[in-house]
Design a protein around this ligand. Structure first.
Ligand code: AMP
Length: 225
């Protein structure tokens, strides 16, 4: 199964994806993490993506689709994967549908919904571990105190694109390009809305509940076939 975490920046997709990936033992594919690593390593992809990311715009679809197809084609994704930050446009969603149809992969879309005012507050207090990518929020999660990651002890950093002017651009881009995907997945019948304006453990319970109910349905369906 492909689990898609859909939602605006700051909705908690990365945190939920990381926990689910550990629990379900399937890979967490974050296009933002892949792009940030490419930027750090100054690869061709990183050089092409840099300006888009700094301004809070989307990296062109063809570039993103190409590296996602390569990543999902690897052996560890055969039994399922969790997508975080992808797809972000209708064009990407259609590309992903074609991959899933080809591989007979079922899709579950979890839409983490959070109001803009809450997102702006969260992003301004968000800290990230540059080594493992864990997210800490000074107003939500006290494990980031002391400014070090509680998993690998690296000094936490703030993302450049969490600066207020870039956040406002990213939210506009989300509403214009990515929000239409809610409708797209509703029409495909794969969309489950999750209220993301709750403590992180409650969101996680809702996310796991949705995965379990879809898995049960898939088994029942298979039993009938
Ligand atoms: P994220 O960590 O998911 O918020 O992504 C950080 C930045 O990477 C975004 O603001 C975009 O510039 C770029 N990016 C990540 N995923 C995608 C995607 N699926 N399509 C286009 N650009 C992306």
């Amino acid at each position: 199964m492909a689990i898609i975490l859909l939602g605006p920046p700051g909705a908690g997709k990365g945190t939920q994806a990381r926990r689910m990936s550990e629990f379900l033992k399937c890979p967490h594919v974050s296009t933002g993490d892949i792009l940030r690593e490419a930027l750090r390593n100054e690869t061709e992809l990183g050089k092409k993506a840099k300006a888009f990311m700094e301004f809070g715009s989307l990296v062109p679809d063809d570039l993103v689709n190409a590296f996602v197809a390569e990543r999902l084609g690897r052996k560890d994704c055969r039994r399922g994967f969790i997508l975080d930050g992808y797809p972000r446009t209708i064009f990407q969603a259609e590309f992903l549908q074609s991959l899933c149809a080809r591989d007979n992969t079922s899709v579950l879309t979890l839409g983490i919904e959070v109001r803009d005012a809450v997102l702006i507050k969260r992003l301004s207090s968000r800290w990230m571990c540059p080594r493992c990518g864990r997210i800490f929020n000074t107003s939500l999660d006290s494990s980031g105190t002391g400014g070090r990651c509680n998993a690998c002890d690296a000094a936490l950093v703030q993302r450049k694109d969490d600066a207020p002017e870039v956040v406002s651009e990213r939210l506009q881009v989300y509403h214009a390009a990515t929000k239409p995907l809610v409708r797209y997945y509703q029409e495909l019948g794969t969309y489950v809305a999750i209220d993301g304006d709750r403590p992180v453990n409650e969101v996680y319970d809702a996310v796991l509940g949705a995965v379990k109910s879809r898995t049960d349905k898939n088994y029942a369906q298979r039993g009938r076939n």
